[in-house]
Design a binder for this molecule. Structure first.
Ligand code: ADP
Ligand code: MG
Length: 263
């Protein structure tokens, strides 16, 4: 596994010099409390175009809350979240549109059980983006093809494996042409033999240049796929760096302790 990610690092390091990619998502001093409990304690984070950022850390450290702040599923206690320089907590922001641009993939898939795979993928295309049925269906079929499910368009979620359901969930998100895809433990609910198909879909998405923020306990995958690894504990970022830095030379005892438990 080490060679795999070293090869990836080396390949990227050898890429021709270019201006740093533009910032797509920026969290500035983000704080979030539930009642008396502060679960995000001043998060500063910048995600660049095409970057694949993994958020790792113990359960309860605030990873899901941080992701949810990026598409306004949470209200902040203070701080700002900017997407392409626009404050997404501004009252002028259309939240439904925002969520098409900051697409989220959930651990539990969240598919509608009474709708086919195609129906799930096209729902927001039709009702949020206002596409007609024909155009929505064409996009839907293309997205199902992209995640390897061309032949499952008419299947209902109950007729699909967990891994296939999650790939429908990813297709649904991609259909909306998001700027960023937010993954919250996308493989945690899957039987082990179904995990790789979903990781392969994520790998292809990453390689296509999609900007991604991923909460995951798949450390081998993080080593291979992450441009940046962010380690969180107790609502704060403890350290961040390349996968090579954070996994290879963690700077903080807290990080070392966490990695020794999960790897
Ligand atoms: P992680 O995803 O890293 O496991 P979360 O972001 O889900 O962490 O949760 C961070 C903390 O916030 C936890 O202590 C959790 O119990 C608390 N929390 C999350 N959601 C809520 C909520 N809706 N109400 C109260 N506390 C919450
Ligand atoms: Mg979580």
């Amino acid at each position: 596994a080490a060679e795999t990610w070293l090869a990836g690092e080396a390949a990227r390091a050898a890429a021709p010099e270019a201006a740093p990619a533009k910032t797509v998502v920026e969290l500035v001093k983000v704080r979030k409390s539930y009642g008396q409990t502060e679960v995000l304690k001043g998060i500063d984070l910048r995600v660049r175009q095409g970057e694949c950022v993994f958020l790792i850390g113990p359960s309860g450290s605030g990873k899901s809350t941080l992701l949810r702040c990026c598409n306004r599923l949470e209200e902040l206690s203070s701080g700002d979240v900017l997407v392409d320089g626009v404050n997404i907590y501004s009252p002028h922001v259309d939240v439904n549109r925002l969520r098409t641009q900051m697409g989220m993939v959930f651990q539990s898939f969240n598919l509608y059980p009474h709708m086919s795979a195609l129906g799930n993928v096209t729902l927001a295309l039709r009702h949020v983006l206002g596409k007609g049925r024909e155009e929505a269906d064409a996009i839907g079929h293309a997205m199902l093809k992209r995640v390897g499910l061309s032949d499952r368009a008419g299947h209902f979620p109950s007729q699909l494996s967990g891994g296939q359901q999650q790939r429908v969930g990813i297709a649904r998100t991609l259909a909306l042409q998001p700027k960023v895809v937010l993954f919250d433990e996308p493989t945690s609910a899957l039987d082990p033999e179904l995990v790789n198909g979903v990781l392969q879909t994520m790998r292809e998405l990453r390689d296509s240049g999609m900007t991604m923020m991923v909460v995951s306990h798949e450390m081998r995958f993080a080593r291979e796929a992450a441009d940046t690894v962010v380690f969180m504990a107790d609502g704060a970022i403890v350290e961040q760096g390349t996968a090579q830095q954070v996994f290879g030379q963690p700077q903080h005892a807290r990080t070392r302790e966490f990695l020794s438990q999960v790897e």
